[in-house]
Design a protein around this ligand. Structure first.
Ligand code: 5GP
Ligand code: ZN
Length: 116
């Protein structure tokens, strides 16, 4: 646990979140500022700054994050129509919270991959 990390504090229960799924190693909760009708964040409970650090240190845990994201997509009813799974990484990727997380986005056509 990193004391100043927002998502570690959500894992610790210090900051409330609307949890949609929890496993031994991962947590999925609704984004506080949803960009689509369904916008869920999936994180490893253990702190890693981004998806690269996570995958290098613990590929199995990275797989757990993908597994939880897939189950969330199923339970949120996104699989038939499709959805988007995003790991914003670093400054060019627009990452704002430096605890690795996947965005599960869907519920309507999401448009082009990048706004240009
Ligand atoms: P990033 O830009 O790092 O990929 O995404 C961070 C996400 O975290 C943003 O979509 C933002 O809305 C979300 N977020 C920021 N603070 C909170 C919070 O306190 N609770 C929840 N549930 N989501 C948050
Ligand atoms: Zn953290």
């Amino acid at each position: 646990m990193e004391n100043d990390c927002l998502f570690c504090r959500i894992v610790a229960g210090e900051i409330p979140a609307t949890v949609v799924r929890e496993t031994e190693t991962t947590l999925a909760f609704r984004d506080i500022a949803p960009k689509a009708p369904v916008h869920v964040l999936v994180i490893p409970k253990e702190h890693y700054a981004d998806v690269v650090t996570l995958t290098e240190a613990d590929p199995g845990l990275a797989g757990d994050v993908l597994g939880t994201a897939a189950v969330v997509a199923e339970t949120e009813g996104l699989v038939a129509d499709g959805f988007r799974l995003i790991f914003n990484t670093g400054p060019y990727g627009g990452q704002e919270v430096f605890h690795a997380h996947a965005h599960v986005l869907g519920g309507e056509p999401l448009g082009p991959m990048l706004a240009r």
